[in-house]
Design a protein around this ligand. Structure first.
Ligand code: PLP
Length: 445
């Protein structure tokens, strides 16, 4: 970004008064490009396009706002429902009837469940279900795999060893400020790792309130893996909780557990359930959900109307368009592009993730620098990208063609530089941040 640009000025100001600049780790510019080389702010977003403050139009082939809007940004039908909710009073002393309509839709789609509660964010919803599980079972330990938000119960995993969360989604998370007394209340295990599961279960199942996991993300569960976990939780009187905040509405309408044929005790949805309007849902068995009345779970903004009205519009549209078909085919196509571009450039590439949540890694000892170079060069084609691409209903053949062409060119450049030069010398700024631990702290400068 040019020094006199509006983006540059705004970022410089933000760095001084907003610690971390963005409210989500994954939207900090340093997670993409440092030294003001990332557009950082947007003026408009529609479909898969984002316009920067300078009105430059980008194609979003990154995680598309961490996966909040599978119908595309600013979807007209969801927006219509949101605007109607605003115009008829987004909140009042009385409750929105949309809560009941949405709960009915969700219960119809989750026959094993008997109750629904709503919140607005993923992390807070996971804190609710942890409280519920502990209240219901009278036990304290949580066994988990995957990422589940920023709350104390989760970060407590890193009290015993700061590396405990490194093999989940985000490495280097610091449990500073989390009471040390929570040590050993939460035990991680690795997805699809039977030995790890057996070991963790053996040591902790007695005082276990719940096993919490994403049913899929980096890949599908191995045959019988979820079945076995369900058997263990049932036998030992603890709950099986699926966090489908990211995996929900990618492979089918609702959660991946429906496709995998495993009914949990509770499932949690967030992110795309209202296509980018804050909304989350906790759906569970009736006997367990009744515990929200025995403990205290309550918040003012869980009663506003925009969230449930938008979620109803989203779910109806998703089903009508059978959006999962498109997400799977776009994700498959993106993986194919990476594979073919790597083959042509003679690069060794590792591809993972279910198709709608695809990611890649070029095998190189300089991977963070290579990824920074990839992001930097793709930006020259007005493409916002990273090592993950979350498929969207609005990714069409035209945009995929643009992405394909750019990928082939950039992969070739990477291959050439890796063989005959130094990739660090080709970067316009420092190597991007890869996790939580090494973030630049402009705020204290
Ligand atoms: C599986 C999963 N659980 C929980 C969360 C936390 O959600 P939020 O950022 O809305 O608090 C996320 C967010 O990325 C997630 O992917």
């Amino acid at each position: 970004m040019k020094k006199k640009s509006q983006t540059y000025k705004l970022l410089k100001t933000a760095q001084k008064i907003i610690p971390g600049v963005a409210q989500l780790l994954g939207k900090r510019p340093d997670m993409y490009l440092k030294d003001n080389n990332w557009p950082t702010y947007y003026s408009k977003a529609k479909g898969i396009n984002i316009w920067g403050l300078d009105k430059k139009k980008y194609y979003d082939f990154s995680m598309m706002s961490a996966g909040t809007s599978v119908l595309g940004y600013a979807d007209k039908d969801v927006n219509k429902a949101s605007v109607k909710a605003i115009n008829t009073g987004s909140i009042s002393t009385l409750n929105p009837p949309e809560d009941v309509e949405l709960a009915k839709i969700l219960l119809k789609d989750h026959k094993w469940a008997g109750g629904v509660r709503f919140a607005r964010c993923g992390g807070e919803s996971m804190a609710i279900v942890v409280r519920l599980a502990r209240a219901y079972t009278g036990r304290e330990k949580i066994l988990f795999c995957g990422y589940h938000g920023w709350h104390d119960w989760y970060l407590a995993a890193n009290i015993k060893s700061k590396k405990n969360l490194d093999f989940q989604l985000l490495p280097g998370l610091e449990p500073l400020g989390v009471p040390k007394s929570l040590k050993d209340t939460i035990i991680p295990f690795r997805f699809n790792n039977w030995a790890d599961l057996k070991n963790v279960i053996k040591k902790n199942i007695k005082n276990c309130a719940a096993v919490i996991m994403e049913p899929c993300r980096e890949g599908l569960p191995e045959k019988n893996y979820l079945k076995e976990i369900k058997k263990i939780t049932k036998k030992n009187g603890c709950l099986l909780i699926f966090d489908e905040i990211t995996s929900g509405w990618r492979l089918n309408s609702g959660g991946a557990h429906k496709l995998l044929n495993i009914d949990p005790d509770i499932v949690v949805y967030g992110k795309t359930i209202a296509n980018g309007i804050p909304m989350s849902a906790i759906i569970g068995k009736k006997s367990i959900m009744s515990y929200v009345l025995k403990t205290f779970v309550s918040s003012v903004f869980w009663t506003e109307k925009i969230g449930p009205a938008s979620a109803i519009a989203f779910i109806k549209k998703y089903k009508k368009l059978k959006v999962q078909k498109k997400l799977k085919s776009v994700g498959f196509e993106v993986k194919k592009i990476w594979k073919e571009a790597a083959k042509e450039a003679n690069l060794d590439v590792e591809i993972s993730g279910i198709d709608p949540l695809a990611s890649f890694k070029i095998k190189s000892k300089n991977w963070p620098a290579v990824l920074t170079f990839f992001i930097q060069e793709m930006l020259k084609y007005n493409i916002l990208t990273t090592d993950k691409c979350y498929a969207n209903y609005k990714h069409d053949q035209k945009s995929l063609k643009i992405y394909r062409k750019a990928c082939f060119k950039v992969f070739k450049k990477i291959s050439y530089i890796e063989k005959s030069g130094n990739i660090l010398e080709k970067l316009n700024g420092p190597v991007k941040e890869m996790g939580f631990n090494r973030l630049t702290n402009h705020y204290n400068e």
